[in-house]
Design a protein around this ligand. Structure first.
Ligand code: NAD
Ligand code: MG
Length: 398
């Protein structure tokens, strides 16, 4: 902590949905936390405004020209913030001895290297960036262990499971029979699956219960988000693939459940507001005010549950398929999906082709035996998958 006893926080991806919600929580607790680092990939105006409010020691942007521009603007405003740029700078600030905690809120595989840097440096690592753990797998978890980092899940389902479990991790395996991740079903839960081919990006991004970045919104509509979360849960809680199950719960009030050996079920509930898992990540094992509204039980609609229809969500089962295949296959699934979502958002791929492309890549790409044993191997596999997926997108469009 700082000399004033405040926890020093670095936010990777501070201009995004999770990044801004994190700042919203931090603004409620100026005595307990300070912001040392803010980073963004685009939207430099927003980052500049955040810097003026939070006066971080460091800021990171993507390119040198953006860095020069931001540096000049901040100097003119009397700030001594050091502006860095590029992927290596993200790793540098994530491991900086002047920060205690890192909020990993970058979207996509680009977040893996800084997450690993924070893990190896033994930080309190608040993980929203699920693609990083889906790509990193065992390697990610080993880096956390080796670095002595404290890994705190921010994804609402995983925070829910974490909140239902005791602090002592060594007791988890003997308590858990399986876990149930809840899923809202996204905006197309009641739409005729035969019409999914004509869905537009804006329709896919209109989530019924959560306001989020565009990538995760599309993932929620295809339920690839839940597929990534199944893989994420496997690693976070050290479970076998069959110990992770999914049920649709359209109201998003129960955020997930642990089914214990004795069939006692522990569930975590609340209004759907990411500030709750964010606040818990910041304050664990204590609790702080989050800004979320309280659940009004008497005003609640009935809580309902239904199975996830495989015809509507053909991408979901790819999670278990990838987990049972050679290690590294989850990296293929993630990279393929990132390319597919990008192409869909750009109007180059149909909505129903996202899951088809992912299934195709998973089936066709031969994962080298040693791919998952090094970061270089995983990143090479990630790149190889992206190249093949982009080629498939072109072929499908032709
Ligand atoms: P977002 O698109 O709103 O924000 C992403 C942030 O990362 C931005 O600050 C952006 O500038 C930065 N960024 C994007 N690409 C980058 C790159 N290549 N290098 C460096 N920085 C980059 O996304 P979000 O909705 O806040 O989601 C962030 C992560 O949290 C995702 O992995 C998502 O799955 C996860 N998550 C989000 C929510 C949610 O409610 N939004 C819930 C659970 C998990
Ligand atoms: Mg989630």
């Amino acid at each position: 902590p700082s000399a004033a006893g405040r926890l020093r926080v670095c936010i990777l991806g501070s201009t995004g949905s999770i990044g801004t919600s994190t700042l919203d929580v931090l603004a409620r607790h100026p005595q307990a936390y300070e912001v040392t680092t803010l980073t963004a990939h685009g939207r430099i105006d927003e980052l500049a405004a955040q810097c003026l409010t939070w006066r971080p020691r460091q800021a990171v942007v993507a390119r040198a020209d953006q860095a020069a521009d931001l540096q000049q603007r901040l100097r003119a405003a009397g700030l001594s913030t050091e502006v860095l740029h590029g992927a290596d700078a993200l790793c540098q600030v994530a491991a900086d001895p002047g920060t205690d905690a890192v909020m990993a809120a970058i979207v996509g595989a680009a977040g893996l290297p800084p997450c690993l840097a924070a893990a190896r440096a033994g930080k309190r690592l608040m993980l929203a960036n699920k693609e990083a753990i889906v790509l990193g797998g065992a390697l990610f978890m080993n880096a956390v262990k080796a670095g002595g980092a404290t890994l705190l899940p921010i994804d609402s389902e995983h925070s829910a499971i974490f909140q239902c479990l005791p602090e002592d991790r060594s007791t988890w395996a003997s308590r858990i029979d399986h876990i149930v991740l809840t899923a809202s079903g996204g905006p197309f839960r009641e739409r005729d699956p035969a019409t999914l081919a004509s869905v537009t990006p804006d329709q896919a991004c209109a989530h019924p219960n959560w306001v989020m970045g565009r990538k995760i919104s599309v993932d929620s509509a295809t339920m690839m988000n839940k597929a990534l979360e199944v893989i994420e849960a496997r690693w976070l809680f050290d479970l076998r693939p069959e110990q992770v199950r999914v049920v649709l719960h359209p109201q998003s009030i129960i955020h997930s459940m642990v089914v214990c050996r004795d069939n006692s079920v522990l569930a975590q509930m609340g209004t759907p507001d990411m500030r709750v898992p964010i606040a818990y990540g910041l304050s664990w094992p204590a609790r702080i005010e989050s800004g979320a509204s309280r659940l009004d039980f008497l005003g609640l609609k009935p809580l309902t549950f239904e199975p996830a229809d495989e015809r509507r969500y053909p991408g979901l089962m790819l999670a278990w398929q990838a987990l049972r295949a050679r290690e590294g296959s989850t990296a293929v699934l993630n990279a393929s999906n990132e390319v597919a979502v990008e192409a869909f958002l750009a109007g180059r791929l149909r909505f129903d082709q996202i899951a088809a492309l992912n299934a195709d890549l998973l089936a066709r790409l031969a994962v080298p035996e040693t791919a998952a044993s090094s970061v270089e191997g995983l990143l090479a596999l990630d790149q190889e998958t992206r190249a093949l997926a982009r080629q498939r997108v072109l072929e499908l469009a032709a």
